[in-house]
Ligand binder design. Sequence first.
Ligand code: ARG
Length: 469
Amino acid sequence: MGDKKPTQRDSQRTWGGRFETKPDELMTRINASICFDKRLWREDIAASKAHAAMLREQGIISEADAAAILEGLDQIAAEYERDGVPERLELEDIHMTVESRLAELIGPAAGRLHTARSRNDQVATDFRLWVRNACDEAVCAIHNLQRALVVRADEHAETVMAGFTHLQVAQPVTLGHHLMAYYEMLRRDVSRFSDSRARMNESPLGSAALAGTGFPIDRERTADALGFDRVTANSLDSVSDRDFALDYLSAAAQCSLHLSRLAEELILWATSSFGFVKLSDEFSTGSSIMPQKRNPDAAELVRGHCGRIIGALTALMVTMKGLPLAYSKDMQDDKEPVFEARDLLTLSLQALAGMVETVEFVPERMRAAAAQGYSTATDLADWLVGEANVPFREAHHITGRAVKAAEERGCDLADLPIDVLKSIDERIDQRAFDVLSVDASVRSRRSYGGTAPERVREQIAAAKESLGL
Ligand code: ARG
């Protein structure tokens, strides 16, 4: 691509030895990952320190060189902490950026750090450490959202609300029960992140470029120093495996899907048609043209971000699909989707926790909706089964006729005169009215996991205990 001078040697670059000409400017740009992989600097330095200490212990490098390397790495960490990581595209990535700074600081001894390692096992190690930490962060942020849910569920363990199927009023439930449903989804998310973490916690360091190394390294030693549970078993797999990132992304995608559902319910509940909630000022926005509006933007963005997180999972799956062993440069594209997903997930979890903490529930509207739509019809059918020994299918039919009669009169089931009910089926008596109220309905649903306030309170108590509330 260009008219650059033909024989300008490129001994500047670490790999420049065999090259006659400098890379094209476009080559430099497409090759560089420093602009995003600089986020791995802490992990890169930690892994280099573990590697250098191991090389010294194994007698592969001298005490003096190791000491200089370790000191230099600490100094670089302090610099990056203070000033950020410089972005020099010709240094390509975080690994070479750190190494070149080390050379500036300590001279030729820096060149010994890369003994018995390759950027391939280096990036696999750094990225695993980063993703492992992202799993821990996710668990922490999920716990915060769960805490917010449990606190609100506790306040509303008795608050009667319409429960829906097909978005049609179905049976009365309690708001506490509804909120605790999200607690359960999030509990599974925690378990997915924890599973992923446990599975990924193996050290690939020492796999070198792809085949291992002839130097007498101690992989257990570096694994231990970096908090890994064990070492990976196959060097080819180690440098080309990104399952850990995919595991993280699938857990993140599924978690964000749960967040999106909760966000959607808040959006729906905040509409004037539902009126179940008023979102707080802190988590709503106004319209620039319609002064009366209060828009649920934060919830909509949580719902929207889910699409991008699923996109990140898809992106990395498609990148990995069909790659031959071992490392290929395509794999440099593994980081941005993960970084993006992590940032969006963290923000979504935090914003949703804020919304849950500050939302104002409107119990009157919830109760009114629960009373609509003959939501206690099942209770009448159940009463016929329990009290009059009617088979459920027949009871269902009788109750259907009662609903029709109520519809014709434009009243609730509970407002039907007893003789109307008796004319439908004479086995119905006065006691049936006890089950027709929404409160009686929720109180009766005492099966394990059911909506009865006493059951919901048990779930809340268990949740509080596990969250340390
Ligand atoms: N920047 C590279 C990445 O993120 C590091 C590994 C490069 N290895 C190589 N052989 N070019 O994947």
